[in-house]
Design a protein around this ligand. Structure first.
Ligand SMILES: [Zn+2]
Ligand SMILES: [Zn+2]
Length: 345
């Protein structure tokens, strides 16, 4: 099969013919229909992701059709499925208590095992996978493996965002844009922050109440003013100190900060304003992925038309286009995300 393989950090991926994956006993092989290019792939590509080593096939935001099923698989050949990027074992105390995204036995295609920047991907623990509604195109569904689910769990599973509350979103890449769309669907008023004017305009067109350019300074104070005292919930979607602090400082007393951006490599440890946390009685939530049992809540919202995730997708690309998308994360990016839908070019 064709696959895009990381051979050297910060260099174009190598498009290679590699052996088709073996089918796991406890899972399936998917023919990949679509796979998003995510900032986490970029972390791997730069060498700052702790798990990604040369030889890795990236791609963790995928959906596809089952072409082989192991003897213990739950799904069957022909099923159209979406996979969360965290594949949980289903048997440990974390899984049994509903927190599959913290499973210590988790499998991670695209980070540790071969991912979906390839024609086929092996997916163990297929009980994590959910059937795709017919109404959802694979291109849009690909985001349900990482960005959209991460935003959904951040807002509903962690911060318990309520209708009428103010939500601030720092960084309007894939996950930030997802948080805006889902926050609106939940009835929140949303303020977004970015440094790319085109992204701010895009966000306003998607229902943001306000869009701030962080380069103009004092982001937190401006949000406190717009929201009449501070946001109730603030999502940080970059993983860098400047935006983490803006997120904490823009909250009203008892506000909830959700760390969605991945602090990694040289940003893994950062200085944050703990005095603001203390003074404001602020809650800090970390979040990573979404427990797979929560898929129906999100899919039903999309299926009944309460939220349209299509504005998330900026372009469909071929496999050989992934390298350019990864390199683009080195700087500010235009609105929307890229999804691989053609694995032959
Ligand atoms: Zn991702
Ligand atoms: Zn587990």
């Amino acid at each position: 099969m064709r696959a895009a393989v990381l051979r050297d950090y910060n260099a174009p991926l190598s498009i290679e013919d590699v052996p088709d994956p073996d089918c796991p006993d406890d899972g399936v092989v998917l023919k990949v229909a679509a796979c998003g290019v995510c900032r986490s792939d970029w972390h791997g590509w730069t060498g700052e992701h702790p798990r990604v080593k040369p030889g890795q096939i990236g791609g963790h935001e995928y959906c596809g059709e089952v072409v082989a099923a192991g003897p213990q698989a739950r799904h069957r050949v022909g099923d159209r499925l979406v996979a969360p990027f965290i594949l949980a074992c289903g048997a440990c105390p974390s899984c049994q208590s509903g927190h599959q995204n913290t499973c210590p036995n988790q499998r991670l295609p695209g980070f540790v095992e071969p991912g979906a920047f390839a024609e086929y991907v092996a997916v163990p623990f297929d009980h994590n996978l959910s059937p795709l509604p017919d109404s959802l195109s694979p291109t849009v569904a690909a985001g349900l493996g990482c960005r959209v689910t991460t935003a959904w769990h951040a807002l509903t599973g962690r911060a318990a965002l309520a209708a009428g509350e103010w939500l601030a979103v720092h960084g309007t890449g894939g996950v930030g844009l997802s948080a805006l769309l889902l926050g609106r669907a939940l009835g929140a008023q949303v303020v977004v922050v970015d440094v790319v004017p085109e992204k701010l305009t895009h966000a306003l067109g998607l229902g943001a109440a306000a869009a701030l350019d962080a380069r103009e300074g004092d982001t937190a104070a401006r949000i406190r003013e717009i929201t009449g005292g501070g946001a109730h919930v603030s999502v940080e979607a970059l993983g860098i100190a400047e935006t983490v602090n803006a997120s904490i400082e823009c909250l009203r007393p008892l506000g909830r900060h959700v760390q969605v951006g991945m602090p990694v490599g040289h940003t893994a440890r950062m200085e944050i304003n703990m005095s603001a946390v203390y003074q404001g009685n602020i809650a800090l939530f970390g979040t990573r992925g979404m427990p797979s049992w929560r898929y129906p809540s999100l899919l039903s919202l999309i299926e009944r038309g309460a939220v349209d995730m299509t504005p998330l997708i900026a372009r469909e690309i071929g496999l050989s286009g992934v390298s350019e998308e990864l390199a683009a994360f080195n700087g500010p990016t235009p609105p929307g995300v890229a999804v691989v839908t053609d694995f032959s070019t």
